[in-house]
Design a protein around this ligand. Structure first.
Ligand SMILES: N[C@@H](CCC(=O)N[C@@H](CS)C(=O)NCC(=O)O)C(=O)O
Length: 245
């Protein structure tokens, strides 16, 4: 005989109905995408990864452009944004700061400590990321062999790694304690280590390993990794030579 329903399951059902919707992460398995999947894994909050195949042009889909008008990943939609209403955020630095503020982790409240995180976060989004991105482009993707830009961007990455090495000589993490600044830089250093010998930058090498052993970092880096394939000539047409539309 079926048991009379008790109040308990009803309460449970009500709670389940109120369970927060996961954050939607629009991403691709690239260093800029990794920053946010790493942060979400570190936070341990529910999220759903929505791969945006940038090789196939999905970053130009009108629905995606509504949340990321720069046609770049990553972007997030948080259904429980400020005031309990949804919010979308694009630009990896802005997303990291938003998540850091929202959950009060990896982004200190103390102004002096926060300034240090911001300095190294902006150093990454305005320096290491773009320079390493260009180095990568001219080393691995340009059809022609162009020694000048190859050397220019490889040298600039080398200079930036020197700056980072000096910073890390006296502290374990860029802003002292592990923060969104480290999450922003890690995947880019990993990429640079493929063409720069890190034995010259021993503090950076030790930091790279220190961050890389974190389980959340490994899980974040694995997000959508299986979807990324070597680029084809058709992909090149989508990715390179973009002009205003
Ligand atoms: N400043 C942006 C850069 C993002 C970015 O460059 N994303 C690349 C992947 S790593 C992208 O979406 N590329 C698509 C394209 O080139 O059309 C950020 O930090 O979020």
């Amino acid at each position: 005989m079926a048991k009379k329903p008790t109040k308990k399951p009803v309460k449970k059902a009500k709670r389940a109905a109120k369970a927060p919707k996961p954050i939607a992460l629009y991403t691709w398995a690239t260093p800029n995408g990794h920053k946010i999947s790493i942060m979400l894994e570190e936070l341990g909050v529910p999220y759903e990864a929505h791969p945006v195949d940038i090789n196939k042009g999905e970053q130009f889909a009108p629905a995606f452009l509504k949340i990321s008008p720069n046609n770049r990943i990553p972007a997030i939609v948080d259904p429980q944004g400020p005031g309990g209403r949804p919010i979308s955020v694009f630009e990896s630095g802005a997303i990291l700061q938003y998540l850091g503020r929202k959950y009060g982790r990896f982004y200190p409240k103390d102004e002096r400590a926060r300034v240090q995180v911001d300095e190294w976060l902006f150093w990454q989004v305005g320096g290491l990321g773009p320079m390493a991105g260009q180095a990568n482009h001219f080393r691995n993707y340009a059809v022609e062999d162009l020694p000048y830009p190859k050397k220019r961007y490889t040298d600039e990455v080398h200079r930036l790694l020197g700056v980072m090495n000096r910073r890390l000589a006296t502290r374990k993490f860029l802003a002292g304690t592990y923060s969104i600044a480290d999450m922003a830089c890690w995947s880019w250093v990993l990429s640079a280590s493929k063409y720069t010998d890190l034995t010259e930058f021993s503090h950076v090498a030790a930091w790279k390993d220190r961050v890389g052993v974190r389980k959340a970092v490994q899980r974040g880096r694995a997000v959508a990794a299986e979807l990324r394939k070597p680029i084809t000539d058709a992909d090149r047409k989508v990715l390179f030579g973009q002009r205003a539309r």
